[in-house]
Each structure stands twice: as C-alpha cells, then as structure tokens.
Design a protein around this ligand. Structure first.
Ligand code: SAH
Length: 394
C-alpha cells in the first residue's frame, strides 16, 4: 500500500476536519501529489502545509475516509489498537456475557473510527462487511488483530463484502471464509436463542441493532395480540412470545425469512401461539382491522439516497397510517426507520401526518434508536441511522 501520497485541501475546505468529520469530499481537494489508487493511504494537509489527517483514498464524491487525525503509522499496531478498543467497549457494555448474550456488533464503521468497516460477532463466528476498497485491502491486519483478540474463541472468519464494496476496479471481491467454513450457528441474545445464517441470509445474517428495542417490546407484550411485520428472522416475535403475548403473527415477503422465524420460535418455545406468513406487508396490513393490539413496523430502508427522500417519507406515512387506522384502541405501535437519510424529525413528521389522517389520539411513549454496540461518532451524525417511536393509540 502506497503511504506517501499527499493531498492538499483548498483554503477554507479544512473546517470539517477541525470538527473531526471523517469524510473528505472530492470538491475540497486542491492538489494531489501522485496518482493514488482506490484504497491507497493518503496524508491530508491544509493549504498552509499543516498535517490534518491520514485516510483511505477512494474514487467518488467521498474522496477520503479518515482513519486518524494524528500523524501515526497505519500499521499492524494501529489496527490492533482500534479493534481492541472496539472489543473493550462491547465488553464494558456487558454484551460478551457467556450464557446470556453472545451476539453483538464489534465494529460499527465511523462509530469505531473505522470508516467503511462493519463486523458482527456471533458466538465465535465473525462476519465482516467492507464498504471501501481501503478496508478490503487492510484485511490481513484486521484478520491478525481479530485472532489476537479472540484467540481460541475465534472459530470462523467470513468476509461477506461482495455486495457491499462500492467500486470493484483494482480488486475482485468475493465472499470468502478466511478461517473455518461454518455457514451458520445458534446465538443467545439476552437469553433468547436465534439461528443465524450469515452465508445466505441478509446483511451479516441478523439485525443486531434491535436488541434493546426487542427487550422493551417484551415488557409490553403480556396478553396482547401481536403483529410483527417485516419480521426477518423473527427477533420481535420471539421476545413478544417470551413476554406472554396471547398470539403472535409474523409477516415477511421473504419465504426464507419465514422459515427462519418458525425455526427460531421452535428453538425457544414448545407450543407457541405463533403463525408466520410469507406475504407483502402492505397487502397484509390492508385487512387487519381490530385484530391486533401491538404492531411492529420495521421495514427495510425506504431511501438509500437523498434524492429518494420524499418518496421514502410518503412510504413511512402510508405504512404508519394503515397500521394506526386498524390497531385496537389502547394499542401499542412500535414503528421504525433505518434509512440513514431520513432524520429523526422527518420520520416523526411522517408519523405525525399518518396519525392526523388516521384520526386517532396518538401519544409518544418512547423514542428509540440503535444500541451502544452501534455507537454514533458525535462528529459523524450520519451514523445515527435507526429511529423508532413507541406510540399509544386510543
Ligand atoms: N425486524 C427485523 C429486521 C427487518 S429487515 C428484525 O428484527 O430482525 C426488513 C425485512 O423486510 C426483510 O426481512 C425483508 O425481507 C422484508 N421486506 C422487504 N419488503 C417487504 C414487504 N414489502 N413486505 C414484507 N416484508 C418485506
């Protein structure tokens, strides 16, 4: 990896770096000394030749993702320190507790000062998704740091970056096992068992980010008739049953997900009052008047880019409105958005419009977000992607 390519920013375009924002846009660059390739390490200087940062160079509007604001070598020790501090945070959060919890996000990109890197830990099996070529090319360092941190506990290292890398020029990424060859396992999330299939499942195999919100739902589930839409592997369904729901219906358009929900319910309960349906959630929601008094809406990101924002907001409004119109009086709605470009305020406005159209009295009981193993770097507010509201509907 070429280390000495120097990038100089235009005067006045260094402000975001003083606020430690980890992205440098191509428009901020005045001059590049040399010809960096996608993923090369570059050093960034201001117009007066003062050092500002070191980062991975990439083609596109985000030209550099900053790894360090100190002029330190990005070597084996650097990678070990970053990963060990990520591990220590999860340990401090109590997420690595044998017998209770052994699934967590080990690295959350910018939130762990490792832009472009996602790592989830599933009871000794580690699944990585790289979103930049720089991270992809740093793999040998990441691999050796993980081996040092987990020692004998590390059973599998699976790099699942084929679909997450934005540009495939200098490398041909494949999904590959770097260690072991296990395609799935069973984990414990706060004492609830889940089968994870990282090999053919969505993302890294499980939505680790809803852990605390599932715990909250459990406290509301007693004797309620629950509908879990966009259920994927049934996280909310399992917690609802554990909380004493009178019945739980799970809905997802993916038949494979529905198969996993049924397996996960069976893993935890003998005869659960549960049924799962592989259908479109919007269609299912058309005919549920008076059937449910706890509904979960956790759709996939409706907007991946800013230009899709308006359609996404309309989508959230429509979805929430049909649920709000039909939920039983006294019902509880858990509603989420995981679109990064939809702000907390925008999401709330969509739900507000839905409530107004549904002509129901609606109160906000809780405002939810992602848990501590998905930390938000305060200088990178874009990292706060998960928004949720718990509503009481009269
Ligand atoms: N709540 C889940 C995560 C949801 S991810 C959890 O806690 O694990 C979003 C899910 O929505 C995916 O499983 C996807 O298959 C499903 N999905 C996408 N479009 C859908 C639609 N129109 N109807 C039903 N499910 C849909």
């Amino acid at each position: 990896m070429v280390m000495n390519i120097k990038v100089v920013l235009k005067s006045g375009k260094d402000q975001s770096l003083f606020r430690r924002h980890p992205w440098i846009f191509s428009g901020a660059i005045k001059k590049i000394y040399g010809k960096p390739e996608e993923g090369d390490l570059v050093k960034v200087y201001d117009n007066m030749d003062e050092y500002l940062a070191t980062g991975h160079y990439q083609y596109g509007s985000i030209a550099i993702r900053v790894l360090s604001f100190e002029d330190i070598p990005i070597d084996e020790e650097f990678w070990y320190q970053r990963l060990v501090s990520a591990y220590n945070l999860r340990h401090m959060l109590g997420l690595d507790t044998p017998g209770q919890n052994n699934v967590y996000r080990l690295v959350h990109g910018e939130g762990d000062d490792l832009p472009g890197l996602i790592i989830d830990y599933y009871n000794g099996h580690v699944v990585m998704q790289m979103h930049s070529i720089g991270m992809y090319r740093s793999l040998p360092y990441i691999e050796s740091a993980l081996k040092k941190i987990y020692g004998d506990r590390l059973l599998t290292l699976f790099n699942k970056s084929e679909s997450t890398l934005p540009f495939k020029g200098p490398v041909t990424p494949m999904n590959e096992f770097l260690m072991g060859n296990t395609e799935g396992t069973t984990v414990l999330e706060h004492g609830h068992a889940f089968k994870i299939d990282w090999f053919s499942g969505q993302k890294t195999g499980f939505f680790v980010d809803q852990r605390e919100n599932r715990m909250l739902l459990k406290t509301y589930a007693k004797s309620r008739s629950v509908l879990n839409t966009f259920c994927y592997t049934g996280g909310f369904s399992v917690y609802a049953l554990a909380g004493g729901a009178s019945r739980v219906h799970s809905v997802d358009s993916s038949a494979k997900a529905i198969g996993l929900v049924n397996e996960n319910v069976a893993l935890n309960f003998k005869d659960a009052p549960h049924e799962a349906f592989a259908v479109d959630a919007f269609k299912y929601l058309d005919n549920i008047a008076g059937q449910y008094d706890l509904i979960v809406l956790d759709p996939p990101a409706f907007a991946k880019h800013n230009n899709a924002l308006n359609n996404a907001l309309q989508g959230y409004k429509r979805l929430n409105q049909i649920a709000l119109e039909q939920i039983r009086p006294g019902g509880i709605l858990f509603t989420f958005s995981c679109s990064q470009v939809v702000t907390k305020e925008n999401f709330r406005k969509s739900v507000f419009a839905a409530a107004a159209n549904a002509k129901r009295k609606v109160r906000i009981l809780h405002q939810l977000t992602q848990p501590g193993d998905h930390p938000v770097n305060i200088f990178h507010p874009e990292g706060e992607y998960l928004k949720g509201l718990v509503l009481h509907v009269e």
